[in-house]
Design a protein around this ligand. Structure first.
Ligand code: SF4
Length: 443
C-alpha cells in the first residue's frame, strides 16, 4: 500500500475490518468543518444569552500512561509535571474567557464531562486545585451529572476519594478486556488486577453510577475469552456497561503496521463476529437484569441510571469545549480546538482564539444531526421532531423506513420507530441514509 493510495472507509461493515472510522459521532462530518467559520464562534459568544438553555462543559485531559495500539485521540505520554500544570492553567484561562462572554451570562452547566486521554492520570492534588478553580469560575451547583473517565491502573483509593469529593457522580472505567495478554497485545497500560482493585475501592466509596467499558474485537480476541469477559462484568455488576466494536482509524498504531505490511484488512475480527459478540453480551446482560438502552450500552436500573451528557448532547444542548483538540457546540455552531498542546497553550497565553475549525450549521443540518444521534438509542419519536423542527419523519423518509421494515430492521409503533436488535448493532452503517447529499462523498 503506497502513501498515495486513498482508502475509502467501507461503510457497509459487512466483511473484514478495514481501516477507517465507522462510527458516526457527529454531523455534518468533520471534513466539512473549516477555518472560515471559526469567526462565528466568537460572534456567537458575543450574542445575547439564550437564558437557561441546557449547557454542558467538556474538559479534555490529553495525557495517558501509554498509547494503546487502537487509539486515535490526540494524547501525550511524555509530559512532566510542569508541562501538565501549564496545560491545566491554560484550560482555566480558557474557561475564564468563556465565563465572561455575553452568551454564557446567567448560565451554569447542567453536566460536566472529563474525557481524554486519561482524566485519572492527573494527581489527586492537581485534580483538587483544578476543579476548585473551575467551580469558582463557573459553579457546578446545577450540574445533574459529572462524569470522569478513568484508566484503572491510575486509580488509588486516595485518588478515588478525591474524585468522589470533587462531585463526580458517574465514574467510567476503561476496562476494555480482562485478559492480561490481550491488554498487553493491544498496548493497554493497565492489567486486570488493577481493574478489580479500583472497582472495589470505587464501589466502597458509593459512586452513584459506575460505568465500565469493553471493546469487542481487540487484537487476539477469541469467543472463549469474550464470554469470560462478559461473565466477569456481570459479576462486577456495574450500573452501566458500554461496549464498543473495535474500529481501526487511520491514525492508529494498528493502521501504521497494516500499511507497513501492505495489508488492507485489520488483524482483528470481522464485523459480523464483533456484532455477534456484542449481541451475546447484551443477551447475557439482559438475563442478568440489565436493559439495553443504546447501540453501545446496557444499564441495570434504567429509571435511575441516566447518562445526562449523552442525552443532552444528542438533543442539541450547548457544550463548551475546554482543552486541546476538544469538541464543542454553541448555538448551532460546531467547533474544535487546536490539536497541538504547545500551540494551544501558547495561543491561550497570547489571548488568541484556540478554535481550529468550526461549522455554522443550518436548521436542516441540525435536524439531521439530532435524528442521526438519536437513532443510536434504538428508537426515535416522530412527534419530537415535528414539534422541534416542524419535520414529519414518516413523510420525509417513508421510502427508507419501508425498506427497513421489509428487511426486518424496523418496527413502527404509535409515535415510535424502533430498530430490531440486529439493526441496532449496525446502526452506524445505516445512518448514511439520512446524510444530506452534499455530505455523502466525504467524512
Ligand atoms: S487510554 Fe484511551 S486515550 Fe489513552 S491511549 Fe488508550 S485509548 Fe487512547
Amino acid at each position: 500500500m503506497s502513501e498515495g493510495v486513498i482508502i475509502k472507509t467501507d461503510r457497509e461493515t459487512k466483511d473484514d475490518t478495514k481501516a477507517g472510522s465507522y462510527f458516526v459521532s457527529n454531523y455534518p462530518p468533520f471534513a466539512f468543518w473549516n477555518e472560515a467559520d471559526v469567526a462565528c464562534v466568537e460572534s456567537m459568544l458575543n450574542s445575547p444569552s439564550p437564558g437557561n438553555a441546557p449547557l454542558g462543559l467538556y474538559y479534555h485531559v490529553p495525557f495517558c500512561r501509554k498509547r494503546c495500539h487502537f487509539c486515535y485521540f490526540r494524547v501525550y505520554t511524555d509530559k512532566n509535571t510542569g508541562e501538565v500544570r501549564r496545560y491545566l492553567e491554560s484550560t482555566l484561562k480558557e474557561l475564564r474567557q468563556y465565563s465572561k462572554s455575553p452568551y454564557l451570562k446567567g448560565r451554569l452547566p447542567k453536566f460536566v464531562y472529563f474525557g481524554g486521554g486519561t482524566p485519572s492520570y492527573l494527581s489527586a492534588k492537581d485534580l483538587l486545585s483544578l476543579t476548585d478553580e473551575m467551580k469558582s469560575i463557573l459553579s457546578w451547583d446545577e450540574a445533574e451529572e459529572v462524569t470522569f473517565e478513568c484508566e484503572p491502573g491510575t486509580l488509588t483509593e486516595k485518588k478515588l476519594q478525591v474524585i468522589k469529593d470533587i462531585g463526580v457522580t458517574r465514574l467510567s472505567l476503561g476496562i476494555e478486556n480482562f485478559d492480561d495478554h490481550i491488554l498487553e497485545t493491544n498496548g493497554r497500560a493497565h492489567r486486570s488486577g488493577e481493574v478489580f482493585r479500583a472497582y472495589e475501592f470505587a464501589r466502597g466509596l458509593g459512586f452513584d453510577n459506575i460505568n465500565v467499558d469493553l471493546i469487542s474485537g481487540m487484537l487476539e480476541e477469541t469467543d472463549e475469552n469474550w464470554s469470560s469477559c462478559v461473565d466477569q462484568v456481570v459479576d462486577l455488576s456495574p450500573d452501566c456497561v458500554t461496549i464498543y466494536q473495535m474500529e481501526v482509524p487511520f491514525n492508529t498504531t494498528i493502521f501504521k503496521s497494516m500499511k507497513e505490511e501492505g495489508r488492507l484488512s485489520a488483524p482483528v475480527a470481522d464485523w459480523e463476529t464483533k456484532r455477534r459478540w456484542v449481541k451475546e453480551a447484551f443477551a447475557r446482560l439482559e438475563s442478568a437484569g440489565y436493559t439495553v438502552t443504546s447501540a453501545y450500552t446496557a444499564v441495570k436500573e434504567p429509571e435511575k441510571t441516566k447518562f445526562v451528557y449523552r442525552d443532552r448532547l444528542w438533543a442539541g444542548a450547548d457544550m463548551v469545549a475546554l482543552g486541546v483538540a476538544s469538541f464543542g457546540h454553541l448555538g448551532g455552531i460546531h467547533y474544535q480546538n487546536l490539536t497541538h498542546i504547545d500551540q494551544y497553550c501558547d495561543s491561550v497565553d497570547k489571548a488568541e482564539s484556540v478554535v481550529r475549525r468550526a461549522l455554522l450549521t443550518s436548521d436542516d443540518e441540525r435536524f439531521v444531526r439530532e435524528m442521526i444521534l438519536q437513532w443510536k438509542l434504538g428508537r426515535v419519536y416522530p412527534s419530537y421532531f415535528l414539534k422541534k423542527f416542524g419535520i414529519d419523519l414518516l413523510e420525509r423518509y417513508g421510502h427508507v423506513f419501508e425498506e427497513w421494515k421489509v428487511a426486518g430492521d424496523l418496527e413502527v409503533g404509535e409515535d415510535e420507530l424502533r430498530l430490531s436488535r440486529d439493526a441496532l448493532l449496525r446502526v452506524d452503517s445505516m445512518l448514511y441514509h439520512f446524510f444530506l447529499s452534499k455530505h455523502l462523498d466525504e467524512g
